[in-house]
Design a protein around this ligand. Sequence first.
Ligand code: ADE
Length: 243
Amino acid sequence: MRFTVLTLFPESFRMMEEYSVLGRALRSGLIELETVDIRQFATDRHGTADDYQFGGGPGMVMKPEPVFAAVESALARVPVEERSATPVALTSPQGDNLDQNLVNEFASAPGMIVICGHYAGVDERIRQGLITHEISIGDYVLTGGELAAMVIIDAISRFVPDVIGSAENVEHDSITSGLLQHPLYTRPAAFRGMGVPEVLTSGNHADIERWRRRQSLERTLRLRPDLLDTAPLTNSDRVFLAS
Ligand code: ADE
């Protein structure tokens, strides 16, 4: 999976490149991340990427020429047969909310180009002529699209084979399974007067699975009942939820 990020702040992606699971995935070549400085495609020698808005008003607008040139240059590096399947995404608080379905859709693409939005917004012709997806990571406004791009890339990368421990990890994910996660415990068995549910140390795997499933159902019902509308539920799940 190859991510090409178009940004005014390429250095901010160091955090992803160097640390933890994604840093390791990048170093081992499971995923590729190319950061492109939009200013390099500016038409003047000052690297101007924004300008005042026509009609007046506060806030600067990202200019179309550098963004078009940067996206076209990035697409030219994508193999011809993959171009039409490569999303060109813009991060923006006006976009579709990122959820696991959208993450899964992106995870099946050969790669992705992400434009980090900035200032008051982008020239509308960028939307018209370039963007296939506009994505928000939540109903709040960030100072820029870089953190949103990192969130998107992180969530998609987990679905690239071998990026996280085993395929089972993503399948059993909270949300991916349609439900919230059951409680987890590790050693010590007794900690500050708090114990571990006996079933987990019983060695009875059928009982453990049943307990976990019920905890997930109960927690989802309590905290995110909306998820139960679309979660794949068995008959015994429904009986339990009704009880
Ligand atoms: N840029 C600013 N706020 C954002 C948000 N909530 N999601 C995506 N990009 C953004």
